[in-house]
Design a protein around this ligand. Structure first.
Ligand SMILES: *[C@@H]1O[C@H](CO)[C@@H](O)[C@H](O)[C@H]1NC(C)=O
Ligand SMILES: *[C@@H]1O[C@H](CO)[C@@H](O)[C@H](O)[C@H]1NC(C)=O
Ligand SMILES: *[C@@H]1O[C@H](CO)[C@@H](O)[C@H](O)[C@H]1NC(C)=O
Ligand SMILES: *[C@@H]1O[C@H](CO)[C@@H](O)[C@H](O)[C@H]1NC(C)=O
Ligand SMILES: *[C@@H]1O[C@H](CO)[C@@H](O)[C@H](O)[C@H]1NC(C)=O
Ligand SMILES: *[C@@H]1O[C@H](CO)[C@@H](O)[C@H](O)[C@H]1NC(C)=O
Length: 581
């Protein structure tokens, strides 16, 4: 009796060891294959973290494969090591019921190193793997006071969610802190947790919920660096956008302006230390004339809001007090590891299409380049497309869009009704290099979140050249050397944490998310304007885009992009003035 039991135990043990060996072999084999072409970066002196080169661009196909037999240096890539470590974790956990976490990790990496020859020892960055203790962060200089607004400015607006859209019930999308319904992980397109069917206009709710849990909230406005006004401006105006009655569109904004002016907090800086998040494009808030036919409300034209800083998903290049922050995406991570895992997945992903596009034509806008872009995509064998139309709602399905972008090297982002697109952030999230057709789509917009050196993470193709059919998008993209493409993708994947809004319950230690970056931007900006609050701009506000981007208003190559007002639904008055010149 005893003996059979022992015997069975032994068999189990042998099986278990067998399984572990098998697991290692399978996984190493996979890694080996996937990363081989990346080894063409041997001669680089700077550590470029490139891994996914399974991309089939014309250059890439010629890559000689002798690197497979040569030494492998992929292990020197800290991120890959982390991803591998993560892969092995469950197995290792089963083997040895645990010593200290930290020692385990270091030992694991030692183990991994022994399995593969090493090259540039200096590049090994074990330090990034070690968990550093978060130091208590002092709040001085970043305290924020949250105005306790009457509920008519926020909660009551949410209660009215039925009237946001005439075509769709938006109420489910305000749930989960503004993230919307949980997506799960269908077809394994996403990752295990943190994915929601987030609507692009829910930023106000998302931001407010993050703000409530911000570590440096104070109830003492006198020590606050900034004062947050949690008014759901975009959701408010959404209800009335298509109503032919400007008074209902303006009512709550005018009401709030009055309310704010009465508060003791207003007086210190005449509102210059106040900020607001408006989760729609700036053009919905910049109606300059009181005519029912004109678009949007006049929130940002009111003197009170001109003194405040307004964060929107698209700013006006010709105004100085609105700042663009990323559209919400579908991913809302809770931990550093959620982000690291996703980045790893996007690095390894096979990208079979050179470029892709998801969107609809703009038949009513004669200036739109959408038709030409779609035409070029459809006729290219290297382009994939999801065409939206009234009948086909496919491009609103997160799974389809994310899968398309994950399998593409470049993602086309031509302007639509306005300069910017949520799609830009979906593509960054998918590790797909965005291709812009005007600097207005990102470079003059997300200055706090995206690198100033735009060619490191994106491609700019002149809109005018596309319109006049002077350029083949495919040829431009195919001509970019594989090495440059890999470096750009690496940069894009590195941007992921900065463009996602983490879960309010998140504990990110290593990463700053889009919210953190926005808060820093707001606090810096408000420090500037309050230090000097009596002065107005020391530059012509119409050149804000240039001033913020380059620090000067000198003549610039990009002037022509901003001379003609763009074809958004409303044209700001001063842009029209420009146009007539
Ligand atoms: C690895 O683990 C062993 C025993 O668990 C320990 O003695 C050794 O110091 C560890 N190695 C490192 C590099 O921490
Ligand atoms: C802030 O809150 C603390 C504790 O809740 C309270 O003691 C203090 O008086 C409050 N300060 C102000 C300015 O309201
Ligand atoms: C516009 O709306 C306001 C308030 O909702 C109402 O009093 C007014 O009569 C409306 N005007 C028109 C022209 O419908
Ligand atoms: C806006 O700020 C200026 C000072 O720059 C001030 O003179 C003006 O009164 C402020 N507007 C309001 C509505 O408080
Ligand atoms: C604040 O002012 C400094 C100095 O003029 C400038 O370099 C910086 O970009 C400004 N920051 C913001 C957020 O406006
Ligand atoms: C305030 O603004 C004026 C002109 O706009 C500038 O000359 C001055 O240096 C500024 N002062 C501070 C403290 O930034």
């Amino acid at each position: 009796m005893d003996q059979t039991l022992r015997c069975r135990c032994k068999i189990w043990l042998v099986l278990c060891v067998f399984f572990i060996c098998w697991y290692f072999m399978i996984h190493n084999a996979k890694w080996y294959n996937l990363s081989s072409p990346a080894t063409t970066f041997h001669h680089h002196t700077t550590p470029i973290r490139i891994t996914d080169s399974t991309v089939k661009t014309s250059e890439n196909e010629n890559t000689n494969h002798d690197s497979i037999t040569g030494e492998i240096d992929w292990l020197h890539d800290a991120d890959q090591m982390r991803a591998l470590e993560h892969d092995l974790e469950p197995v290792l956990k089963k083997i040895k019921p645990k010593p200290e976490k930290k020692t385990k990790r270091i030992n694991e990496t030692d183990h991994v190193k022994k399995m593969k020859p090493k090259r540039h020892a200096k590049r090994d960055k074990i330090s990034v793997i070690k968990k550093t203790r978060p130091e208590p962060k002092p709040c001085s200089g970043r305290y924020i006071y949250i105005h306790d607004l009457p509920t008519r400015f926020n909660d009551d607006v949410l209660d009215d969610c039925r009237s946001f859209s005439k075509w769709q019930n938006m109420c489910p999308y305000i749930g989960n802190n503004g993230f919307g319904p949980n997506l799960g992980n269908p077809q394994r397109v996403f990752s295990r947790t943190g994915w929601y069917a987030t609507d692009q206009f829910m930023l106000e709710v998302i931001f407010h919920n993050r703000m409530k849990r911000y570590e440096c909230v104070t109830n003492d406005s006198s020590i606050a660096s900034a004062i947050y006004v949690p008014y759901y401006a975009g959701l408010d105006v959404w209800r009335y956008l298509f109503d032919h009655n400007i008074s209902s569109r303006d009512a709550l904004s005018v009401d709030l302006a009055e309310w704010l002016r009465e508060q003791p907090e207003w007086k210190t800086y005449a509102g210059k230390n106040h900020f607001l998040v408006a989760g729609r494009i700036t053009w919905e808030f910049r109606r300059e004339v009181d005519e029912d036919d004109a678009w949007g409300n006049k929130l940002m034209v009111l003197p009170e809001f001109k003194n405040m800083t307004v964060l929107t998903i698209e700013k006006s290049p010709w105004h100085g007090n609105d700042f663009a922050i990323p559209y919400p995406t579908y991913f809302h991570p809770r931990t550093d590891n959620d982000i690291i895992d996703w980045q790893g997945k996007m690095r390894r992903h096979r990208r079979r299409a050179l470029f892709s596009f998801a969107g609809a034509p703009r038949p009513d806008m004669e200036d739109s380049i959408r038709d030409e872009v779609i035409d070029q995509c459809v006729t290219s064998t290297q382009c994939r497309i999801i065409q939206c139309s009234h009948e086909n709602q496919k491009c609103y399905k997160p799974v389809d869009v994310m899968r398309l972008f994950q399998s593409s090297v470049f993602c086309l982002q031509p302007p639509g009704d306005s300069y910017t697109r949520r799609s830009t952030f979906d593509s960054i999230l998918a590790g797909c290099i965005p291709v812009f057709f005007t600097p207005g789509s990102a470079y003059v917009q997300y200055m706090w979140h995206l690198p100033k050196q735009f060619d490191k993470y994106s491609v700019l193709i002149n809109e005018e050249d596309v319109r006049r059919k002077k350029v083949s998008i495919e040829r431009v993209l195919a001509r970019i050397p594989a090495r440059k493409v890999a470096a750009m993708r690496n940069e894009v994947i590195g941007l992921i944490p900065r463009v996602v809004y983490a879960d309010p319950k998140a504990k990110l230690e290593r990463f700053k998310d889009a919210f953190d970056v926005s808060i820093k931007g707001v606090v810096d900006r408000i420090e500037n304007v309050t230090k000097n609050y009596t002065s107005s701009f020391d530059f012509d506000e119409r050149f804000s885009w240039k001033y913020f981007l380059f620090g000067s208003v000198e003549k610039h190559d990009w002037d022509h992009y901003f001379r003609d007002s763009m074809n958004h639904k409303v044209k700001p008055a001063d842009a029209e003035a420009n146009e007539s010149r």
